[in-house]
Design a protein around this ligand. Structure first.
Ligand code: ZN
Length: 151
């Protein structure tokens, strides 16, 4: 079963057109973001709005059907961030230069690890930190109201 356009539009609008994991803006992306199933369909997750989140293609690919990640501080396996039941700002903060997302809780750190939110494993010719720098110069980054590290 595929999600209908009305459901997709509701998810996109609810997310204010940002990826709900890495906070990339959909509106300056060449292609529309994807609809992520928080509890993957392959694990019995539903198509209901409370199980859906807007995710950029990077985050959706890396998330695959994983629901947990490793907290790099404690090495404990921890559920990743759930945009429906948790607040982004309770688990993440932007680095002072706003190019890196820092997990401030076990959930935040496990999500940074699982989704590689700062492209620390990526070996391509451009990574998300360089892209964020370009957005920042253009005045599109970081999203308004996101917390930023201050020391
Ligand atoms: Zn993303």
């Amino acid at each position: 079963m595929t999600l209908n356009d009305l459901v997709r539009q509701r998810v996109r609008k609810r997310a204010n057109y940002y990826c709900e994991y890495c906070h990339s803006p959909e509106q300056i992306s060449a292609s529309r973001f994807t609809i992520d199933h928080i509890q993957p369909r392959s694990l019995g997750g539903s198509d209901q709005l409370d199980n859906l989140a807007l995710a950029c293609r990077r985050c959706n690919q890396r998330r695959y059907n994983f629901t947990v990640g490793s907290d790099q501080k404690t090495n404990l396996i921890t559920p990743i961030f759930n945009p429906r039941t948790q607040q982004w700002s309770d688990h993440f903060i932007w680095s002072k230069d706003t190019l890196r997302i820092i997990g401030t809780t076990p959930t935040g750190r496990a999500t940074c690890q699982r989704l590689d939110l700062n492209d620390e494993r990526y070996q391509g010719d451009r990574n998300i930190r360089e892209t964020r720098q370009i957005w920042q110069q253009a005045g599109w980054h970081p999203p308004q109201h996101d917390p930023i590290q201050n020391d």
